[in-house]
Structure formats: C-alpha cells, structure tokens
Design a protein around this ligand. Structure first.
Ligand code: BGC
Length: 747
C-alpha cells in the first residue's frame, strides 16, 4: 500500500520536475503555489465521471482511491484518537501483523480535557500528528467531541466531557497541532452519538435549543476555529435520518450555517441509503458492507452506495452531477491539504519526545479528587516505608481493547511498574491482586501478551490483600473500569454506575485495616463510590496510555503536583443524572429504530446539579485538588455596563498560599440574572490554567463579549443577547465559587 502511494507521489513529483523546465505545462492542480480552489477546479475538470465516483468511496477498510491517472494519490485514514492504530488487512478489521506499526499511546481524550490546558492540547495534536505522518496516514479519525450525557456511555473516554465550551476550547489546539503536520483530523461523531447500545438505530429526539447550545458547539468550534478538514458522520439518526447522510445536520448546519469546506466521511458502515447519500451531505463513504457491519456481495467496494449504484443513477438520468462535483471538490481539497501537501515533513514514531509529551499531558490531567489529612503525596524516598498496591488495574494493559481506539503500543508502563521504579532504596512495594476483572487482552488480533489468569477465589484474594494491608504504611488500590465490553468500550454501554468485579467489597475491607488508603480510579467515566468516607485519598487517573505508570507514580510521589480538574460531573447515583431521571436512555438492544428523547434538554451535567437543593454530586464538574492551596482575591470588573456588541473585563488575583509550586485552573461562569427563556444557573465561559510558585500571585483576566452571554432562541433560530443584569462568577470548580461581579447589558 505504501509502495503504491510512493509511486503516485513519484509520478506527480516527476510531473512537477518536468514543469520546472517547461512551467507552462505544469497542470494547475499540481502546482503547489496555485490557490487551492484553482487546483481543485482544474483537477475536477480533468476527471472522468467514473474517476469521480471512484474517488468518493473506500477501496479498502481504511483507504480511498485517488485518481491514479492524474497522479492524485490514495487517502489513508487511521484511528485515532489516542494513537495510530495497528495496520489492518486490506478488507478486514484484524491487524495485518506488521512489526513496524507500534505507536505511543497518548492519554485518552477525557484526560486531555481534564488538563484544561490549551498548551497540552496543542502538544497532543502535534505529537499524534507526527506519528500519523510517519505512518503514512492522511486522515486521523478523531478527535471525538460528543457530549458526556450519561456515565453509562461506553465511549465517553474518547470524548472531552460534558461542557460544550470546555470541549470546544480544548479541541481547537489539538486540530491545529495535527493539521500542521499535513494530516487531517476527522472530528467525530457528528452528531448526537451519546451512547453506544443501539447506536445504529437510535433516533435522537432533541429540541433545537439543546442541539445548538449543548451538542453542537464543540463541533462548530472544530470547524470554524480549528478549521477541521474532515468530519465524521455518526451512526445514529436525527429527525429519522441517519446522521451520515442527514440534510439537517450536514447540509443545513455543517456546510451552510458553518461554512465547512472539508469532506464529510461516513462512520464505518453508517451509510444506508443511496439517494440520501447523494443528496444529504455525505462526501466519502467508508466501511459499508465489508465484513459484518452489513453483509455484502462479492466486490463490496463497487457495490457501495456512492459507487456503482450512484453511477447507474447518473447514467440513467435519475440524478445529475451537481452533488457529485461538490463531493469530489471536497475530497480533492482534503487530498491537496494532506496526501498532496508538499510542505509536510516526515513525522516521527515512538520518539522520546512523544513519550515525554504523553507523560506531561497525563501529569496535567490526573485529578486529585480527595486528600484527607494530606495523606498524599507519599514520600517514596523514605527507607523502611512499606507500600501495598492492590488491584487488577495496577497491572493490566489498558491500551488494548475498547473498540476502534485500541492500540498496539511499543511500550506501556503499568501503574505497579511505575510505582516500583519510583520507590527509593529501602522502600518496599508489595502487590496483591485483590479482585479478578477481565483476564483477556486481545483486540482485532493485537494481544497484550499478559497472562492475568488467576485461580484463587474472591474471598482468598480479599483475604490476602487485607492481611498485607494491616502491615503496610500505605495501601494504594488501583481499580476502576477497563476496556472490555460493558465497561469503557465501543459498541456497548455500562450496566450501572457501580464498580464491577466486587471491588467495593475489597475497598471497604481494606479500609477497615488501614487509615492510609488511596483509591486510584482508572476509567473514562464517573463511578459510584459508596465507600468514599472510608478512604483517605482518591485520584482520577483515566486511561493514560504508554506512560500510565510513570504518570501515576509522578503524582503519588509529588514529583508532579496534580492540576487536573473534572471535565464532567461524578453523580452520587445514576438517578441523579438528568439523562436517566428525566430523559430517555436505552439500555436493551433492539432491532427497530428507537426514538430516544433528550427530555432533560439543556440541563446536562452541572447545569442540572446547580438547580438541585437536596442532591449533591459526589464530585462536581471542574473539581480537582492540589498539594498546595490557592486563595482568590475579589473579582474586579472594568465596567458595570456594556453594549450588546461590547465587552467587559473581569480580573481576579490568585495566590499560591501553600509550600509547593502548583497550577490552578481559574474558571469563569456566567449567570444571566433575568431572561425571557429559562437558563442554567451558570455556564462555563472561560478558564485559565496558571502556574504559581509558593507565595506567587497572578492576575487572571477574562474578556466577556456577547458570545459569552447569548442563548439560542429557537423561535428566531438565532443567538440572542438580552439586555439586563449578568453575573461573572469566578470559581475554582462549579461548586466552589470564589467571587462574583455584576454587570449590565444595555440597549
Ligand atoms: C467507529 C469510529 C472509527 C471507525 C473506524 C467505527 O466503528 O465508530 O469511531 O473511527 O469505526 O475504525
């Protein structure tokens, strides 16, 4: 495959070289200095009808054909979004067994979102983009920005949390970092793919205001601020049309309202109807009927909706070629920006710089949820200290599994390895399994190579852990979820909010014999913690990827002062989650199309908990502790009044009052004190991560313009700022407000 590509590139390079001697003969489409649109039109004008149709559907599991006759190369895609997936066979999901396709696994996107750091997001995009480039990929299938609506969604770990503003701000630098490499992102899954069970047949029923205010803004930011070159249509339906060919989402919103000029790529097997695929916004069809998503006949690629069936309809006059030309233009743009980009470099794979990036991002994303009596950090250098590590997740490789984001990594440091490596001389680190979760470790032919089989009973495992714990100075329980079905895994959802595999019992049993119990939660989702009062410390450690063990040891030891904050709410009970309390959620698999109504509307996550008097979340959106403390001054606003088109600036002094250097994420929420439509109590509209030495103060300023104040008015189908009073709320988390300043929007 790569050889084929090389031939194309050589051919076009040769044409270019020839052009150096006789520049008049260089076709415009091959002239890298010509304006993009001129190149696109020139290429289009040279293509036959058959070539055009061949360009808009897959030719293999992950590639599409270019135009060989014109030296326009194939496009190669790859998952995404946390590392570059292993090479697969031409027409299969299974890995092809290459020996040079291992990658660095970067932290899962929930962890990236928890950094609240645009710098980390750019570093992530740049690094993964370099890996993609080295592996010859043109389109990275990610990032994902579907909103965290329910903690049961098996794919939340691939997304950026519950808040549209946070996800929208965090996705943009990632895109910039990737695309600067000449590799396109493919932002997914557009739109409303918020759970996995019945993902192919769920018809989401959602009102316009909720769609625009909650589920679309991160995609809009990706397109308008990030200039994403491609977008992936999702599996589900909206207004009874599949999202990958949906005129409302793709033609009306994405292309017309937002001005998206890139290509819409179908999710793999998300194309169902030829006519809709032609007219309703799909540009490039992938994954239809090859090995199981639907069944198909002999030459499956030619039978794709956007292949012979489309050609036939054109030939017999049923449809014209206007839509075809639009699709081809978009695919050509994608091609010129990536495969035919002559400025791109070579990238790099598994470089130390990439491991270093993964470690930094992970270190900024881990969230310290609780730290009673400052049990953390642990002095790993104190001889004689005895540390007991308990739990399957301390040893289990988490980069294999979870669905299309599964990776084949060059290396993965487990938490236990990281802790052992960090422990100084004379510090004893013991391990007890504690519970058995899932001992398998295989996905699409990639195996973890671990033997996790265990013959002892649950009681024996608990007993072993408890007896070792009684004698330990610290007990670190490393558990949570994993990437197996019904955990954090594509195409399945969790069955409940609780921890699986009897972990609750083991944690409670350990709590009885130690008062230095640290719980490290590995997951991409909120979990229930019925024993929260029994443990001293809790770390949310996500799926960190290759550098997992190093990052966890960095934080436990205090080498890294934790600075992540939650990108989603941890409800105490599933019933406290509005999607389950008010809205609809489908837990059972069904065959027919199923309407799922998002009755909770805009009240997702903290927008819901903010209104509750009686129930409090286990941990609020935006929560995260540090090993140091920060004090906030009184917010100062530069003007009490602003015009609708004007702005005000609110500033606040933040001081590190503790003894360690640390980073604080200052959050700005806006409250509309009186509005014609009901609005959330407050909404995130700004954040800044500041690094402070002990005693140091920083002044953090936010400029508030109309985009921070408006709501979507469904009646006029527009964003509206109403005159009246607003509050700028400065907070350390959504439930830890440090100050407020009132201002008024005047006519
Ligand atoms: C997933 C996508 C992924 C694609 C290709 C689909 O099943 O939903 O996220 O990019 O497969 O692997």
């Amino acid at each position: 495959m790569t050889m084929l590509k090389t031939v194309y590139i050589t051919l076009s390079a040769a044409l270019l070289l020839a052009g150096v001697q006789a520049s008049a003969q260089v076709p415009v489409y091959l002239d890298a200095s010509a304006p993009l649109e001129d190149r696109v039109e020139d290429a289009l004008s040279r293509m036959t009808l058959e070539e055009k149709v061949k360009m808009i559907h897959a030719q293999s599991k992950f590639s599409s054909r270019g135009v060989p006759r014109l030296g326009i190369p194939e496009l190669w895609t790859s998952d995404g979004p946390h590392g570059i997936r292993a090479e697969a066979y031409w027409d299969e999901w299974n890995q092809a067994g290459w020996t040079n396709d291992s990658c660095v696994a970067f932290p899962a996107l929930t962890c990236l979102a928890a950094t609240w750091s645009e710098e980390m997001s750019y570093l992530y995009g740049k690094s993964i983009g370099e890996e993609a480039l080295f592996r010859g990929k043109d389109v990275l299938l990610g990032p994902g920005v579907n909103i965290y609506r329910t903690p049961l969604n098996g794919r939340n770990f691939e997304y950026m949390g519950e808040d549209p503003y946070l996800a929208g701000e965090m996705v943009v630098p990632y895109i910039r970092g990737v695309q600067e490499n000449g590799v396109a992102v493919c932002v997914k899954h557009f739109a409303l793919n918020n759970h996995e069970v019945n993902r192919h047949n769920t018809n989401v029923v959602v009102d316009d205001r909720t769609l625009y205010e909650i589920y679309l803004p991160a995609f809009k930011a990706a397109v308008q601020k990030g200039h994403a070159w491609s977008v992936m249509g999702s599996y589900n339906l909206y207004r009874n049309r599949h999202a990958s060919h949906n005129r409302y989402l793709l033609n009306d919103i994405l292309k017309k309202e937002w001005g998206f000029d890139g290509a819409v790529i179908s999710d793999w097997g998300a194309t169902h109807d030829t006519m809709e695929a032609i007219t309703d916004g799909l540009d490039l069809e992938f994954g239809t009927g090859t090995d199981g998503l639907h069944s198909s006949g002999g030459n499956s690629y030619d039978s794709y909706h956007l292949a012979f069936p489309y050609l036939e309809l054109i030939r017999n006059g049923t449809v014209g070629t206007e839509e075809l030309d639009d699709k081809v233009r978009r695919v050509l743009r994608l091609n010129f920006r990536t495969a035919m980009n002559r400025d791109k470099g070579f990238g790099s794979l598994c470089s130390e710089a990439h491991y270093e990036a993964a470690r930094r991002i992970g270190g900024e994303g881990v969230v310290l949820l609780k730290n009673e009596g400052n049990v953390l950090p642990i002095d790993f250098g104190n001889p004689g200290t005895k540390i007991l590590v308990v739990g399957e997740n301390a040893i289990k490789m988490m980069t294999v599994g979870g669905g299309s984001s599964s990776l084949k990594v060059q290396r993965e440091i487990s938490p236990l390895e990281g802790i052992r490596e960090r422990a100084g001389e004379g510090v004893e680190v013991l391990y007890a399994r504690g519970y058995v979760g899932d001992v398998t470790g295989e996905y699409n032919g990639v195996t973890s190579g671990q033997d996790l089989s265990e013959s002892r009973s649950a009681a024996e495992l608990t007993q072993e852990a408890v007896s070792l714990a009684a004698d330990a100075d610290y007990v670190i329980f490393i558990g949570g979820l994993n990437k197996s079905r019904n955990q954090d895994c594509e195409d399945s959802d969790r069955k409940g909010l609780g921890l699986p595999y009897g972990q609750d019992e083991v944690i409670s049993a350990l709590a009885e014999v130690t008062d230095r119990l640290v719980y490290v939660n590995i997951s991409g989702n909120a979990v229930a913690m019925p024993w929260i009062d029994e443990v001293e410390a809790v770390l949310q450690a996500w799926y960190i990827g290759s550098e997992s063990g190093h990052v966890i040891a960095d934080v436990l030891s205090g080498d890294t002062n934790p600075s992540g904050k939650l990108p989603f709410t941890f409800p105490a009970r599933l019933e406290d989650c509005p999607a389950h309390l008010l809205g609809e959620y489908c837990g059972e698999r069904v065959k027919d199309t199923l309407d799922i109504e998002y009755k909770e509307g805009i009240y997702v996550g903290y927008r819901w908990t903010d209104m509750q008097k009686k129930t409090r979340p286990l941990f609020a959106f935006g929560h995260g502790l540090s090993y140091t403390d920060f004090s906030y001054g009184k917010p100062v606003i530069d003007s009490r009044k602003m015009d609708r088109d004007g702005s005000v600036t609110v500033s606040v002094d933040v001081t590190n009052t503790g003894k360690r250097a640390g980073k604080e994420i200052v959050q700005l929420y806006i409250s509309d004190l009186k509005s014609s439509l009901p609005r959330p109590v407050k909404e995130l509209k700004g954040f800044r991560k500041v690094s402070l030495e002990p005693g140091e103060t920083a002044t953090v300023s936010f400029t508030i313009g109309s985009e921070s104040l408006c709501f979507f008015d469904p009646a006029s189908h527009s964003w509206v700022v109403e005159p009246g009073k607003f509050e700028a709320v400065i907070a350390s988390s959504s439930d830890d407000i440090r100050g407020k300043a009132v201002f008024e929007v005047v006519e």
